[in-house]
Structure formats: structure tokens, C-alpha cells
Design a protein around this ligand. Structure first.
Ligand code: NAP
Length: 286
């Protein structure tokens, strides 16, 4: 059986939905922390196991008869390294031979501005040291996050972000889910690292041009000055920690941390991943 954690989350549920096209529901187990959120999964016939990354006993139970674990990175950025260790230890204790982990595509650990991403590298190190067979799925920034960064009124306001001409090889979350499901469903040994990115990298000027082209409206990108951008967010009442996080993301983009392009996603999908234009049309329903 294959255990997918974060089964009620967006990536986890996408992975399970694609897995269902490849293997019977009876071979899929979803780790969930809230059964009420899992009604749709239950209706599809997959096994559910209740558990939390914070609760080792629940993780021990979840590993019963499992041959592969796909660990979806947790959202509690301050505590997730230990949470991931709990999952890894439970898998090891239960004799699970293989673990997959949804990491991030970031070029240089030493120079990252967004320190919260360091946890991914620490979990990668823990997995490599565990002795288990593994695959690390280094996911690029989801194209799906663009509406959050651009704001609801982007077509009126344009794009104002401190990202310079830095590029991101954006890919859709559901396509990364499909690719990960394809690896999980194969019996053959998987690669230790998959770098899941789009086939092109795009700057925010490219994003503005694509939106302008699709909507026939004038959408411009302004490379914001960091302190003015920071003051603007704080002036709108945004908590300092969130402001710092957004600036960290943008600084890393500016510095080229997210612009790596790999053929892995296209190879696993058996087609080219969605382009920026296709992704924007889907996300904004244009
Ligand atoms: N590449 C990117 O651009 C990007 C963007 C955002 C996030 N991420 C990372 O990728 C992960 C998956 O993304 P997503 O979009 O699927 O996020 P999501 O929808 O928030 O899903 C996260 C999943 O993790 C589960 N989870 C969190 N803490 C847990 C705990 N202590 N014990 C058990 N389960 C726990 C959540 O459970 P519940 O359903 O009960 O909440 C949820 O199912 C995120 O968690 C984050 O680390 C990547």
C-alpha cells in the first residue's frame, strides 16, 4: 500500500486523484488529521488513517502494511523539521522501504533570503541519512500562488513587487501532483531527485505581459524598491512576519533561486507542462 500524507491538502489530494487513475483505491492510504475533511476521499474508497506529524503513536499506526510513504511537507514552518523526522522515524520503525518527500527547487541553500525554506534542506539531509530508499520531489514555486502575490485587482493595479528581473520556472500544482503520482505508481526504482519545474522560466514582467495579452488590458510590472514595498504592506496592517516572508520570497526570486529549468516534470507527465499563459488562463478563469 502507498501512504500519502497531507491527503486532505491541495497537493496530497491531487496526488491521490491521479493515483486512482493508475492503481486500485484499496492500495492507497491517506493520512488525515481531520476525518470530516476527508469525506470525498472516503467516498472514493481509499483507506484513511487518522494522524498528525506531531503524534508519533498515530504515525506508527499509519505505517501498518505500507510499502511507500509520500511525505507532503508540513505547513508549520517553525516545527516541521521535527514533524518530518517523526514521519521518517515511524516509517523506518515499521520497515517501510521507500519514502518520497515534497521538497522545493531552490538553487543555493547558503544564500537563501527566505530562511523558512531551510527546513526542506534539513529534511532532505535526514532522509538521505535514514538508510531508506527515497525520492526527493523538488517542486518549484506553484504557479497557483501567483494570485496571492499579484493581488485580486491585478488587472487594475498592475504588478508591484520587489523581484527585479528574476525568473521563476512556475508549474501548476496539479501537474506536479500528477507527476508524483506517476512515480508512486511505478514498481521500478525511482530516481533519488526529481526537479519539478515548468519548461520555461518567467519574470514578473513576463507575467504582466501574459495577463495583458490574455485580457487585452494594460498590465504593467513595476520593480518595487524593497523598503517602500515593505512600508506599503505594513501600512495596510500586514503582520511583520508575513511581510518578511513575502520579501524573502521576492528576494530569492530576484537572486535567481527559482529559475532552474529541468526536463523531469515534462518527462514524468509525458507532455509539456502548462505554460505561464495556460496556467494564468486556468487560475483566473480567463
Ligand atoms: N511549491 C510551492 O509553491 C508551495 C507553496 C505552498 C506550500 N508548499 C509546501 O507544499 C506543501 C503542500 O502544499 P499544499 O498546497 O498541498 O498545501 P496545503 O493544501 O496547505 O496542504 C498541507 C497538508 O499538510 C497537512 N498537514 C499540515 N500539518 C500537519 C500535521 N502536523 N500533521 C499531519 N498533516 C499535516 C495538512 O492537513 P490538513 O488538511 O488537516 O490541514 C494538509 O493536508 C505545503 O504543506 C508546503 O509545505 C509549497
Amino acid at each position: 500500500m502507498i501512504l500519502v500524507t497531507g491527503a486532505t491538502g491541495q497537493l496530497g489530494s491531487a496526488i491521490i486523484n491521479f493515483l486512482l487513475q493508475k492503481i486500485p483505491a484499496s492500495q492507497i492510504v491517506g493520512l488525515v488529521r481531520d476525518e470530516n475533511k476527508a469525506a470525498a476521499l472516503k467516498a472514493k474508497g481509499i483507506h484513511l488513517r487518522l494522524g498528525s506529524y506531531d503524534d508519533p503513536a498515530s504515525l506508527d499506526q499509519a505505517m501498518h502494511s505500507v510499502e511507500k510513504v509520500l511525505l507532503v511537507a508540513g505547513t508549520d514552518e517553525a516545527n516541521r523539521v521535527q514533524q518530518h523526522r517523526n514521519v521518517l522515524h515511524a516509517a523506518k520503525k515499521a520497515g517501510v522501504p521507500w519514502i518520497g518527500y515534497t521538497s522545493r527547487t531552490l538553487k543555493d541553500r547558503a544564500t537563501m533570503a527566505n530562511k523558512l525554506m531551510e527546513g526542506h534542506f534539513q529534511t532532505e539531509d535526514d532522509i538521505k541519512a535514514s538508510g531508506l530508499a527515497y525520492s526527493l520531489f523538488r517542486n518549484v514555486l506553484y504557479l497557483d500562488t501567483l494570485p496571492q502575490f499579484l493581488g485580486e485587482k491585478v488587472l487594475e493595479t498592475g504588478i508591484y513587487l520587489p523581484a527585479g528581473s528574476g525568473k521563476v520556472s512556475f508549474a501548476l500544482r496539479r501537474e506536479m501532483g500528477e507527476a508524483i503520482a506517476n512515480v508512486l505508481a511505478t514498481a521500478a526504482p525511482a530516481k533519488p531527485v526529481y526537479t519539478l519545474t515548468g519548461s520555461e522560466a518567467y519574470s514578473f514582467a513576463d507575467v504582466a505581459d501574459a495577463l495583458a495579452d490574455i485580457t487585452r488590458k494594460a498590465v504593467k510590472y513595476t520593480d518595487a524598491e524593497v523598503s517602500a514595498f515593505e512600508q506599503g504592506l505594513k501600512g495596510r496592517g500586514m503582520p511583520d512576519v508575513v511581510v518578511g516572508r513575502i520579501i524573502g520570497f521576492m528576494t530569492d526570486i530576484k537572486n535567481g533561486q527559482e529559475d532552474e529549468i529541468s526536463p523531469d516534470l515534462a518527462q514524468l507527465l509525458g507532455r509539456k507542462p502548462a505554460t505561464l499563459r495556460e496556467g494564468l488562463k486556468e487560475l483566473y478563469k480567463l
